[in-house]
Design a protein around this ligand. Structure first.
Ligand code: SF4
Length: 309
């Protein structure tokens, strides 16, 4: 199958069979996100999904863990998701779980019965873009949720037996607010008990609306040192969690990663962060910023300029 767009999934899903069921993201509105901005969102026909299942079956594939792509597959209409899950079951009856990205609003749109039906058909891990523990930051970044909605969605998905994993982003609150965000985010995560936390520290691209906010002086980017200090505080506060968390933090621009099970590995993780902090304190500030002109600044879904949201 020809894959459209960028393959993006949590590192815990790297060995899963990636089954595309949609192209792009049905929301496509977060100010910092460049993943699917250039793609016209559409649901892939069931026939195309089935052809991919057949292809893998014909290659003697027998995946146990399947990841549905792209951006927010859980947002698909429930009956469509059910059809996909039933097809997966008919081709690979031994599959263990089906995981995917989700949005808070996508979960809130589903009834408790629908959540339970999806659980019964093998849906397990839902990766939610929580990003920040601060409501004003979520609003500024045009996330499709606020914190009360996130609490509600997580409570409902956990009640249905589904597993919640959080995507977060150090640096999302901007320069000078790293500690505040770390403390608010840790409080949120400690109350909601994610199984996995993935920190994709902010990586600013020129072709996203957030860059326009930078140009207008409404958002000041934190440097990597501040992002690492924010992450250090987050890991430190999460060490008091009642449940263990598999944590994976990426600072792709400087090729730094901190990973482990909190609280078991917290000491080791904090030491690694401390070493990196000492190193970057001695250097000029580094900003995770992609320079250069994007060749296409038109949105594919409505032809509007990417800055206009
Ligand atoms: S919901 Fe996720 S994929 Fe969609 S725009 Fe927001 S960050 Fe990007």
């Amino acid at each position: 199958m020809n894959y459209e767009g960028q393959i993006c999934r949590a590192p815990m899903e790297r060995a899963s069979f990636m089954l595309p069921v949609m192209v792009g993201c049905s929301y496509n509105g977060c100010k910092f996100c460049n993943l699917f901005r250039h793609l016209k969102y559409r649901i892939l026909p069931l026939e195309q999904v089935e052809n991919e299942l057949k292809r893998v079956k014909n290659c003697n594939g027998n995946p146990k863990r399947i990841f549905l792509g792209d951006g927010n597959a859980f947002d698909l209409p429930t009956e469509h998701l059910v059809s996909i899950l039933q097809m997966i079951r008919s081709y690979f009856p031994d599959y263990e779980m089906v995981n995917m990205d989700a949005t808070v609003t996508g979960i809130l749109k589903k009834t408790d019965e629908e959540l339970k039906t999806l659980y019964d058909l093998g849906v397990r891990h839902l990766y939610l873009g929580i990003e920040s523990g601060l409501n004003d930051v979520l609003e500024f970044m045009n996330k499709d949720h606020n914190l009360p909605e996130a609490y509600r969605a997580i409570e409902r998905l956990q009640a249905a037996g589904l597993i919640y994993d959080a995507h977060v982003m150090t640096g999302v609150a901007g320069k000078g607010r790293g500690m505040e965000n770390a403390e608010a985010l840790a409080a949120f995560l400690r109350k909601t008990h994610p199984a996995h936390v993935v920190n994709f520290s902010m990586f600013l691209h020129k072709e996203v609306p957030l860059y326009r906010e930078v140009e207008k002086g409404r958002f000041v980017q934190a440097d990597e040192l501040e992002c690492m200090k924010e992450e250090r505080r987050l890991v430190e506060l999460l060490a008091g969690s009642e449940t263990s968390i598999l944590y994976d933090g990426f600072h792709d621009f400087i090729e730094f990663r901190v990973k482990g099970i909190i609280p078991k590995d917290s000491g080791k993780m904090l030491r690694k962060l401390d070493e990196a902090i000492v190193k970057y304190e001695a250097e000029e500030p580094v900003y995770s910023l992609v320079y250069g002109e994007c060749p296409n600044l038109q949105r594919c879904d409505n032809g509007a300029d990417v800055w206009e949201m």
